[in-house]
Design a protein around this ligand. Structure first.
Ligand code: BV8
Length: 243
């Protein structure tokens, strides 16, 4: 079975009403990254951070998967589909996708603020708690870890926190897609954030590769499909299913 890897960013969920980060009305227009999505911001004002994520938690819960999410799920009729998403929403899963990797975490999960997998830039590993759970409601101040009593936080990757991209796994995936005539689709991302953005050059050795974006940019020999994901992705999926 041929493999399709779909690398997605906030633009995939934009038409579900979830704000992107860097578009004119994006999330970073109203909040400074360092205040709401960094360990320093958390240390300075955890309540502000939790309010930011509480607002996003409710926004995501009220949102519905759009036609682009459902088109990706439809690909599973004929392909092995692996989603690598930067999005912390669960719209791909709710659209029926069965293989979704959230490289920047997921709004549905919370962890102890001293979780062992948080290593900040100076490699301070003074973190020992392993508490991680699915959350049915947003974390608020005072929600304490049942293991060590520290404050709980959303299980998302902040700027300056390590991303477990799994380079070996990615290398295997590139080979799998390359040698089984697979497909790489990059949809709805500005590719401004590393290391996730490295996936685009990593997959450039793949034959069948597409960029789906409102405003695309010339990048090696990717086929550009310019326009909203809700228009371009269903078209591309139909072409692939008809191959
Ligand atoms: C790390 C989770 C090291 C939280 C996010 C200087 C240079 C280069 C890099 C750095 C630098 N200084 C610091 C860095 C590293 C930094 C980084 O890359 N910074 C950038 C800003 C320069 N990266 C990090 O800090 C990462 N960690 O490097 O750690 C380390 C190593 C060892 C030990 C310890 C530490 C961690 C980065 C993860 C941050 N978390 N999200 C949350 O969601 O709240 S990032 C956030 O922005 C998203 O998750 C996403 O990944 C990222 C990019 O957003 P996009 O999804 O692309 O959205 P954006 O708005 O940008 O673009 C939307 C796109 O969609 C646009 O192209 C638009 O045209 C298109 N679009 C819009 N509508 C539609 C559409 N397309 C189609 N249809 C539509 N309808």
């Amino acid at each position: 079975m041929r493999t399709v890897v779909v690398f997605s960013g906030a633009g995939l969920s934009a038409e579900s009403g979830i704000p992107t980060f860097r578009d004119s009305d994006g999330l970073w227009e109203n909040h400074k990254i360092e205040d709401v999505a960094s360990p320093e911001g958390w240390d300075r004002d955890p309540e502000l951070v939790l309010q930011f994520y509480e607002q996003r938690f409710h926004g995501i819960k009220q949102a519905e998967p759009n036609i682009a999410h459902r088109a990706i799920a439809k690909l599973e009729e004929k392909f092995k589909v692996i989603n690598i998403t930067q999005n912390i929403d669960d719209l791909l899963e709710r659209a029926g996708c069965t293989n979704v990797e959230h490289v920047h975490g997921c709004i549905n999960q919370m962890k102890c603020e001293r979780h062992y997998n948080i290593t900040n830039l100076d490699g301070d590993t003074n973190y020992q708690c392993s508490y991680l759970a699915t959350q049915a409601k947003p974390v608020v101040m005072g929600d304490s870890c049942p293991v060590c009593g520290c404050q709980l936080r959303p299980h998302v990757v902040w700027f300056g926190e390590a991303v477990d991209l799994g380079y070996d796994k990615i290398a295997d995936l590139v080979r799998e897609v390359k040698y089984n005539d697979g497909v790489f689709i990059c949809v709805g991302t500005s590719a401004e954030v590393a290391p996730a953005s490295l996936l685009i050059p990593f997959f450039s050795q793949v034959q069948n590769k597409y960029i789906v974006n409102l405003k695309t940019w010339p990048i090696s020999d990717y086929e550009l499909r310019e326009g909203p994901a809700s228009e371009q992705l269903p078209k591309l999926v139909e072409e692939l299913l008809d191959e």
